[in-house]
Design a protein around this ligand. Structure first.
Ligand SMILES: Nc1ncnc2c1ncn2[C@@H]1O[C@H](COP(=O)(O)OP(=O)(O)O)[C@@H](O)[C@H]1O
Ligand SMILES: [Mg+2]
Length: 301
């Protein structure tokens, strides 16, 4: 898989403030990258740079082998800040204009607009003026616009902000269908549970610096562990002898816990194969998986 997005040593300053400090990453085509970080971390700034809306002071960005220097790359759609539709036009008219601007012929544009409105649950408001839309409806229409473009790369800045629970689920399914269509997606969000579900990779920013990056599964596996609960201290000692140095006995009242951390040490199948060769009968064996939320607090603390 070739990289669809490559950012090399990006630095962006606003006066004396360094909004992004030496940020580098590469994202393979067709992957979903989640951009996480506290308010002011630099997420929107990074998305603006990728979209060619602002220029980096230092470093280089390539999107599908095209150098981005303050101009929007071909085949890239971005929903950053609020969608910029025309208030006096209806939702349908706004999307139709957009579809024509994307180069669709009028007949295709018409069907695509109907489909996009339906996908984002807005068919009922198609003939209402954008100016009369609520925040969440505006955001839904912005997302419908992203679907229309059939882009190679989509940048979504907090797409679920202002949306109701059904809207949040729609964003999840939208990102899923962009991914299935082969679109490379960069999405920022504070909904860590959602991000854990939809992202292949994550990049966590804190005060302009990358504090964690990599495939979600790998990052979480490093922070997960196996837990074995046994009846007595004698069983704990025997289990510990069989399981090896990756496991430690947690002192406390019986029954006792043995922990192995991190999970990517030792037998990837967990402790059961080794325990079977002993006379220890565990009360419980479980895999304690870390969440993106705990990782987030750990790296941004
Ligand atoms: N146009 C601008 N002028 C001055 N400072 C800015 C501008 N845009 C962003 N910043 C600053 O850059 C930092 C990162 O902002 P931003 O990228 O919007 O963060 P995030 O999207 O992660 O909340 C913040 O300290 C913000 O105040
Ligand atoms: Mg932001």
């Amino acid at each position: 898989m070739t990289d669809a997005i490559v950012a090399h040593s990006i630095t962006k300053r606003y006066g004396s403030l360094t909004a992004l400090d030496d940020v580098s990453f590469a994202l393979p085509g067709g992957c979903v990258l989640g951009l996480l970080g506290p308010n002011g971390a630099g997420k929107t700034t990074l998305l603006r740079l990728l979209a060619g809306l602002v220029r980096a002071d230092e470093g280089e960005i390539r999107i599908i082998n095209e150098n981005v220097r303050g101009q929007t790359p071909k085949d890239l759609t971005a929903l950053i800040d609020r969608p910029g539709y025309c208030p006096p036009l209806t939702a349908w008219e706004n999307l139709f204009e957009l579809a024509l601007a994307y180069g669709l012929d009028p007949a295709t544009a018409q069907t695509s607009v109907d489909e996009a409105l339906d996908r984002m649950g807005l068919s009922w408001a198609a003939q209402r003026k954008f100016g009369a839309f609520s925040t969440g409806m505006r955001q839904r229409l912005g997302l419908a616009g992203v679907l229309l473009g059939n882009p190679s790369v989509a940048l979504l800045d907090e797409p679920a902000s202002g949306l109701d629970p059904a809207g949040i689920a729609d964003v999840r399914s939208l990102v899923g269908s962009l991914r299935r269509a082969g679109t490379t997606v960069v999405v920022s969000s504070h909904l860590l549970g959602e991000m854990e579900q939809v992202c292949d990779e994550i990049l966590v920013l804190s005060r302009g610096k990358v504090v964690a990056a990599g495939p979600v599964r790998t990052l979480l596996a490093k922070r997960s562990h196996w837990e074995v609960r046994v009846q007595s201290a004698e069983d704990a000692d025997r289990a510990r002898d069989a399981l090896g140095v990756d496991y430690e006995v947690v002192p406390g009242r019986e029954p006792l816990w043995l922990l192995a951390t991190p999970r990517d040490h030792g037998d990837p199948r967990g402790p059961l194969p080794q325990l079977l060769s002993t006379s220890v009968v565990p009360i419980e064996v479980r895999e304690s998986t870390s969440s993106l939320e705990s990782l987030f607090f750990e790296v941004t603390a």
